[in-house]
Design a binder for this molecule. Sequence first.
Ligand code: WT7
Length: 661
Amino acid sequence: MAEVKEESKFYPPKEFVEQAYVDSREQYESMWKQSVEDPETFWGDIASELFWHKKWLKVNREDFSKGEIEWFIGGKTNISYNCLEAQIKKGKGDKVAILFQGEPEDDVVKLTYKEMLTLVSKFANVLKKKGVRKGDRIAIYLPMIWQLPVAMLACARIGAIHTIVFGGFSAEALRDRILDAGAKILITANGYWRSGKNVSSKANADTACDLCAAQGHTVDKVIVVKRLENFDVPMKAGRDTWFEEELAASDISDVCPAEWMDAEDPLFILYTSGSTGKPKGVLHTTGGYMTYVYATFKYIFDYKDKDVFFCTADIGWVTGHSYIVYGPMCNGATSIVFESVPTYPNPDRFWQIVEKFKVNSFYTAPTAIRALMKEGEKWPQGRDLSSLRVLGSVGEPINPEAWLWYHKYIGGEKCPITDTWWQTETGGILICALPGAWPTIPGYATLPFFGVDARALEPRSSGDQPAKDVPVNEQGELCIARSWPGMMRGVFGEPERFFNTYFVQQPGFYFSGDGAIRNEDGYFRLMGRIDDVVNVSGHRMGTAEVEAALNSYTTAVAESAVVGFPHDVKGEDLYAYVILKSGVEGSDALKKELVAHVRKEIGPIASPGKIQFVSGLPKTRSGKIMRRILRKVAAGAIDELGDTTTLADPSVVDEIVKGRQ
Ligand code: WT7
């Protein structure tokens, strides 16, 4: 990362500051102080801006030594009610809630809060008719179409727990998630548009159901959205039905009262990669998550009633859950759901959408900015982007070059940029700039949100050592000292894994897995993952998961080791070192087979960018792979290999260096 000097601080424009909810660092400091010293009042006041069927008895209770967290204890509410009826009661019934832009330019669907309430109520009744009850898990494998928020809010309405599987995941990955969640109902589509072509979702859904059956689990019902006309898919009698026909059935009422959920009742499960081969089912609950996404959306995007919000993430990731659907709708905002990609038909599709719908807040990932930057500034310059007032970045550290381009060509040098650091586990944004409150520095996410007590700590070898902050401008382990309302509450079905993953490394703290430094102003700069997780195009991938996929190609692969390496557009890419079984020849054709196999096992996002066949891996005498060496070779940092004398066989390093791809 380029050296950034003191003078490269970017101050929010005066006009922005004048209308911002938080307009100075002092105001932030006093609010932050109250948020951590008196959460009862701070979060109680914010939660009171939402609707509660029954008020909580106590705001929170936590015990990090057991991994126990509760918020709004005893309170009863429903997030679907807050996203729908509560908005209509505030007079927003005729305001557009979900603004769908399909890939075809003229394919636009605008759904008001009232229309959403009707659709959601009907679909909730469809689910009930199929026997869905509070606590049941529903798998959703849908593309970016308006029916996705409808399905989510319908689940939430009746207390069913949704688990959304990103459309880019393969049938096998979908199977794993359905099985782990124990979902009996799957919601999918016949297909969707992708760069001018029709892609099927149903084919993967069918395969996943067959694969589940092979493991003794039946998916009873599959509800299929007819996204594409003239795109036939097989429908299995007794199991598969069309979404549209279900909604239109004469016995489906358009009224469905929201189920009053305990604040700590589960809302959704979202799978994410960890440092073992098996993805974690991150569990979020109702009241705290709702309050947190409501508050973060409002303050971080400085949301005002007239704003049109465009988050380019897929709803299959947490960013879409929190900042396309739940956060915006709890605030009564207009939120864009965009089906397609930034580069089709031209690399100005985002900017064209900003122009067309006069978007005010735009939220995207550094990888998208870098990809669009390569296409040249003529694309944004050809569009009217003057409606924009605030820009956001998420998913990975943003390099100053991309930051400056975003600031100049998209923000017209007048829009504050908020670089937002968070995770699937955190439910909402934890570290970011409040856009009217303090200057930003490219590459720095800056300060913790209200209620977030973030620290950069020295590594600890045992819990007996006291926690210690690293000195200013030195890298430490990013940890959080207390719970915040949107924090995950568990790993579905694996209680020990929750505790062991997040509360052991730094006893008394939530351990994020990221490295961070803090500068003299207390600003945080994120330094990337410090565990075996790689961030490819803002998507998190566990290297162990990719290794498991490679190793399952048992006809050729004996062993593998996967690491990340820097990539100029994706941020990081995957580099696989593969030991072949004896008698198997390494070839380009075999590399292609391996890539195809990983795509089948996990999905295209897990395809290794580089594969190197090796005869051995650098291991310690106790058999542990020294990944540090593999990472250095993959990055081309051959002169930084460090001490290799502790290896069982140091000569493998020479071979690996020579064969570097
Ligand atoms: C990991 C979480 C949060 C939604 C998208 C990803 C990295 C995320 C930033 C940022 C530097 C970032 C971290 C984190 N990350 N945002 N602004 N600056 N790094 O969610 O898939 O759960 O991944 O993404 O490494 O741990 P996720």
